[in-house]
Design a binder for this molecule. Structure first.
Ligand SMILES: Cc1ncc(COP(=O)(O)O)c(C=O)c1O
Length: 452
């Protein structure tokens, strides 16, 4: 009897195939770099984890009594305490997202991380086999969130040659919905991240409205994952990094679109958020589903919230952080300035080595094109979509002591693109980039050696 015989078919299905993103993370985390304790360890420029604000967070939390006996029991509610939800409403959304109608805590369900938010959302809007539309490249975690438990399908819209920030994509998306429907897949939602992960850019008002119209036309939910909303840093850029960004859009939350009902039935519009990115607290596991106009969805989310109930200690610590608007203001501005500094350093280094990249204005990462390092023997195969070369460069980087995330993890069909996270202090970033470039150079010369 194999182990799989003991599993449900839906769990067994999860054991087939690989999760590239998770494999990389586990590798990097099992041998973490440290200047003193482990200088030969792996520098993590692959995960979207912001290490720029650790000292500030330590300070903020130092006054929280994490051994308070009150925290040993269950929290007030599986979908988050009223106080914490009201802090999210008043001190985060209403201050920074410019909502047309002020947001309230009752319109939210908190979960243990935004991944859980997307998983629970999928569970509530999809039956097994239903589809959720996403344009590529997209944050790879969505695959797991959508498929692993709810058994919905990701309907990936490949935008090759079509600008992911332009209106032309709407037609490609429509074709994808029509084709999926012809094949018998009921498409139930469109999910997008704004600011975009992995491209690090924001969508224009015009495009957000076009997305809303598209959702309405197809009668599908539209989930705006705005988890990087406060990590937009372009105003703080300096020198060349700033000059190359003449046509940036500011971040526009869907909540700030006036008369939204002119474009889409309000019940279909939702926002996902969390503490992992803008507040650098990936380990705290806190996500938010904000659905201002759909009580039924909120009730459905509440009915399963017990499985993704945040820890009481996390809740207490977040209540401290989000309860003080001044702390948030200083934290956010400092974080954005540091992101800008690390980004600026990164693009200078990329330019020095003639590595093409898509200028970013938000998020923790930059999308880079390493196709020049594909060994000549593999160029033809790579152009045909074979991924050996991408793995070759990736393994060379890991051997050299740096982890950068490969394009495949974002469902990018073109081979040779990577997402580089720069949200680490500059000295570590500098060493990480040196290692990356060294690895690329020798990967391009000797694939045979790597295959040994
Ligand atoms: C766009 C996006 N959504 C959701 C998540 C998951 O966030 P969490 O750590 O809160 O589960 C990530 C993490 O990388 C992300 O980039």
């Amino acid at each position: 009897m194999t182990i799989q015989n003991n599993l449900s078919s839906r769990a067994a299905e999860n054991l087939t195939g690989s999760n590239v993103m998770l494999e990389g993370v586990i590798k990097a985390n099992s041998d973490k770099f440290d200047f003193k304790a482990n200088p030969n360890g792996i520098i993590n420029l692959g995960v979207a984890e912001n290490q720029l604000m650790t000292a500030e967070l330590r300070d903020i939390f130092s006054s929280v009594d994490t051994a308070d006996t009150k925290l040993f029991g269950y929290g007030e509610s599986p979908s988050g305490s009223r106080l914490l939800r009201s802090h999210f409403a008043n001190n985060v959304f209403n201050r920074y997202f410019k909502p047309v109608e002020p947001v309230m805590g009752e319109q939210m369900v908190l979960t243990a991380g935004c991944s859980a938010t997307v998983d629970n959302f999928t569970f509530c809007v999809c039956d097994p086999g239903d589809g959720i539309l996403i344009t590529t490249p997209f944050y790879g975690g969505f695959n797991t969130d959508i498929m692993a438990k709810s058994k919905a399908k990701v309907v990936a819209v490949h935008l090759e040659g079509v600008n992911p920030f332009g209106l032309e994509q709407i037609q490609v998306m429509q074709e994808a919905v029509d084709n999926a429907r012809l094949e018998g897949t009921r498409v139930r939602a469109f999910v997008l991240s704004n600011p975009h992960n992995p491209l690090g850019r924001t969508f224009s008002r015009e495009l957000i409205i076009a997305f809303l119209r598209f959702a309405s036309k197809n009668n599908i939910h539209i989930l705006f994952d705005e988890i990087y909303a406060l990590s937009v840093f372009d105003y703080a850029l300096t020198g060349l990094a700033k000059e190359e960004q003449p046509d940036n859009n500011p971040f526009i939350s869907v909540l700030s679109i006036p008369n939204i009902e002119q474009y889409c039935e309000k019940e279909l519009v939702h926002v996902a958020y969390g503490m992992s990115k803008d507040f650098c607290l990936n380990g705290f596991r806190c996500g938010v589903l904000l659905s201002p106009w759909n009580n039924e969805l909120l009730d459905a989310m509440r009915s399963i919230a017990v499985f993704t109930w945040m820890a009481s200690t996390t809740e207490a610590m977040l209540t401290k952080l989000l309860g003080d608007p001044n702390i948030i203001e200083v934290f956010t501005k400092t974080n954005q300035a540091r992101l800008a500094e690390s980004y600026t350093y990164t693009v200078h280094t990329l330019r020095e080595h003639n590595i093409p990249y898509l200028p970013a204005q938000g998020g923790h990462f930059i999308w880079i094109d390493l196709r020049q390092y594909i060994p000549s023997s593999l160029i033809g195969a790579s152009q045909a979509g074979e991924r050996t070369a991408e793995y070759l460069v990736w393994r060379a980087m890991l051997k050299e002591g740096v982890y950068v995330n490969l394009g495949e993890a974002f469902s990018e069909r073109l081979v040779g693109f990577f997402r580089l996270s720069f949200s680490v202090p500059v000295p570590m970033l500098k060493l990480g980039l040196e290692r990356m470039i060294k690895a690329c150079q020798w990967a391009s010369l000797s694939d045979n050696e790597l295959n040994r």
